[in-house]
Design a binder for this molecule. Structure first.
Ligand SMILES: Cc1ncc(COP(=O)(O)O)c(C=O)c1O
Length: 368
């Protein structure tokens, strides 16, 4: 039987034709399609400016450079992909870590309050797995303490909090369009912002600090998006709402099927917005189903790919332990999550039969 993959990057004939015409056009970088993509993304998110770059990491990096975090601290959710914090360091700042709420895996505002001090200039909520962080709480602390909000929305395009899209709350919303994301351009990313001056700084940073050709008014990088990437992304953006509906429907079926499996904790949706299920992530209780690695290995043998996002809180990564001396115990909920989470396939190309097979395989693998 065919293996059920954890992700299946979307490509259709329209995308193949679009990419082919770009290749034949001779105009490969930063042209009409990237501009169109930026305009459509800005409309979709309800922001004034979108600046496309060539990865989600680049989006975060230019956002922190443009904000100016050098020798300052940025509060980062501890349970996330390392790039959320690495980019603060690349921009000369220091990440400090806030713990998460175990229901949503997103930052707990009380924990932000516990670590904030006068050296902090920004807070970076991460909308992990596609569910919004509790933005009311985050924004109220940010206002009180004068912090900029840089949202890591890498996994969360289309996710909402209240009536607004994530990525449209803070000074900057940073997105990834890496191959497995809900909207992808193979590699890529972008920053959303309402602030014209900030957008201008981002544009300079992504293109060698050039205000016009060979006129370098600043120091920048080469983080430009190609026309090929925009040609992959544009047709998907037109279908994004349909993809999100399918992901949510798959998640609903998984929730229903796994609701009563002993030792499996299904995702919790908060009523504050729309979860877009970039990942469908359960927690497993080793006391009931045995070691997590064995559970994942059993699933693999049954033909279902599963993975762990992420096996350690960022501060327990070797670099952080060595550089800052972090130790276990700093953010207990993040450590608990890192020890117990398992992501299952939820992508929009899965048929109902496959979702049913995933449920049956999880039930089988969970028998200790
Ligand atoms: C939460 C988070 N932040 C940042 C990134 C970095 O994005 P990219 O891989 O496009 O550089 C990712 C990518 O997986 C991510 O999941």
């Amino acid at each position: 039987m065919e293996n059920i993959k954890i992700a299946d990057p979307y490509i259709d004939d329209e995308i193949v034709q679009g990419v082919t015409s770009v290749l034949r056009s001779g105009s490969l970088v930063s042209g009409r399609l990237v501009e169109e993509f930026e305009g459509r993304l800005a409309d979709y998110l309800g922001v004034k400016h979108v600046v496309c770059v060539n990865s989600g990491t680049a989006a975060l990096h230019v956002a922190f450079e443009a904000l100016g975090v050098k020798n300052k601290k940025v509060i980062v959710s501890a349970f996330t992909f390392a790039a959320s914090a690495n980019t603060v360091i690349l921009a000369g700042g220091q990440p400090v870590f806030a713990d998460i709420d175990l229901d949503t895996y997103n930052v707990d505002p009380a924990s932000i309050d516990g670590v904030v001090d006068d050296e902090c200039v920004a807070v970076e909520p991460v909308h992990l797995y596609g569910q919004s962080a509790p933005m009311d709480g985050v924004i109220s602390i940010a206002r009180r303490r004068g912090l900029a909000v840089v949202e890591d929305a890498a996994q969360a395009i289309g996710s909402t909090y209240g009536s607004k899209m994530v990525g449209s709350f803070g000074l900057a919303g940073c997105f990834s369009t890496y191959a497995t994301k809900n909207l992808h351009t193979a590699e890529g990313g972008f920053v959303a912002t309402q602030d014209e001056g900030f957008a201008e700084r981002l544009r300079l940073l992504r293109n060698h600090g050039q205000s016009s050709r060979y006129n370098h008014v600043g120091i920048g990088l080469n983080y430009r998006m190609t026309e090929i990437q925009a040609a992959i992304g544009l047709p998907q953006l037109a279908r994004l709402e349909e993809f999100i509906r399918r992901r949510r429907e798959n998640a609903r079926m998984l929730n229903e099927g796994l609701a009563r499996v002993d030792g499996v904790i299904t995702p919790v949706e908060k009523g504050w917005g729309r979860h877009v299920y970039h990942q469908y992530t359960i927690r497993v209780e080793e006391s009931k189903i045995g070691p997590r690695d064995r559970f994942i290995e059993r699933l693999r043998r049954l033909g279902v790919e599963a993975s762990v996002h992420y096996p350690r809180p960022v501060y327990l990564q070797p670099y952080y332990v060595e550089k800052y001396g972090y130790k276990k115990g700093l953010c207990p909920n993040s450590e608990r999550a890192a020890d117990t989470v398992v992501s299952l396939p939820v992508h929009p190309l899965l048929s109902q039969d496959k979702i049913e097979r995933i449920v049956e395989c999880v039930k089988q693998a969970a028998k200790a």
